[in-house]
Write a protein that binds this ligand. Structure first.
Ligand code: GLU
Length: 301
């Protein structure tokens, strides 16, 4: 089987050095396994997408020396695939008429990474209850999450176990405003694009459990997973899309040699300090990536 990796930037803000490191490592993993590498622009959240950002991000990734097979895929052009997936999920999907405030008010203790656990308020509405609520509000669509833990192996973070029903509950697949949720779109696309390996930031580990559930419900092969510890600022904080000084675009426009950036990213990833991505392929292994978060300290330029 041919390996196939991918990078999936969201054009809602600047790529920063942490995103660049994820891109580089996902490229190295794919190419070091003689795999294909795909680029997917995650531009579904229209109100948050910044005009011109996607093409800038792609230009910055090329400037670093990364390449990909075929044209980039834009999620905004793939609505029929997501609609089809909803149809295939059938009775696993139900309409939810709760507002955010109602979910928060109804939630008891646990909070997942997407806010309060959804307590299942609309899980078993009758047809009549649904048609009455339709008159007041458009529904979101949620998936019925079975009780129990989702276990998986992560090639960097090791064994993982998440209680999706206990922490997140039935999660949203399509928002009330019609926008498909990240979890659904990513899972459908990873399946349709034949992705066999997903490398991304460790902040998405809990999402992976939800995506595994969707892969199973959709009858898709699950990719291998590798979640890299997030890059932190010198002060030990998570890099933010708003932090201009560490954005790729500010480095590019101030004339920094991209090879210095690649070498810095390599050093932060336990690899030899080489400036061309392909020079890092020799001897590359995920085992070399440190299990702790690196900090961006003393930029060498
Ligand atoms: N688009 C997501 C992000 O920029 C990444 C999604 C993924 O790699 O699955 O955070």
């Amino acid at each position: 089987m041919v390996e196939r990796g991918r990078f999936a930037p969201s054009p809602t803000g600047e790529l920063h050095l942490g995103n660049a490191r994820t891109a580089l490592l996902s490229w190295l993993w794919a190419r070091s396994t003689q795999g294909d590498y795909a680029m997917r622009v995650e531009d579904l959240d229209r109100p948050r997408v910044r005009p011109g950002m996607a093409s800038r991000q792609l230009a910055e990734l090329r400037w670093l020396g990364l390449d990909w097979d075929g044209d980039p895929v834009f999620q905004s052009a793939r609505t029929p695939l997501y609609e089809d997936a909803l149809r295939r999920l059938g009775a696993n999907v139900y309409e939810c008429f709760c507002s955010r405030a109602e979910v928060a008010a109804a939630a008891s203790a646990p909070h997942g990474d997407e806010g309060p656990r959804y307590p299942g308020t609309c899980r078993d509405l009758t047809r009549q209850e649904r048609s009455e609520r339709h008159k007041i509000r458009a529904p979101a669509l949620r998936v019925r999450v079975p009780a129990g833990r989702i276990e998986f192996h992560d090639e960097i973070a090791g064994p993982q176990s998440f209680d999706v029903q206990g922490t997140t509950g039935d999660f949203v697949l399509r928002r009330a405003d019609g926008i498909f949720a990240y979890q659904l779109a990513v899972t459908v696309d990873d399946g349709v694009m034949g992705i066999t390996q997903v490398l991304r930031g460790a902040d998405l580990l809990p999402s992976t459990a939800r995506q595994i559930l969707l892969h199973r419900l959709l009858g898709q092969n699950e990719p291998r997973w590798a979640h890299v510890p997030l890059v932190l600022s010198a002060e030990g904080e998570r890099l933010s899309k708003r932090d201009k000084s560490l954005s790729l675009s500010s480095h590019k426009s101030s004339g920094v040699d991209p090879r210095r950036i690649v070498a810095l990213l390599a050093r932060m990833s336990g690899l030899d300090e080489r400036g061309e991505p392909r020079e890092l392929l020799d001897g590359f292994s995920l085992d070399r990536v440190p299990r702790d978060s690196p900090r961006v300290e003393n930029l060498p330029y």
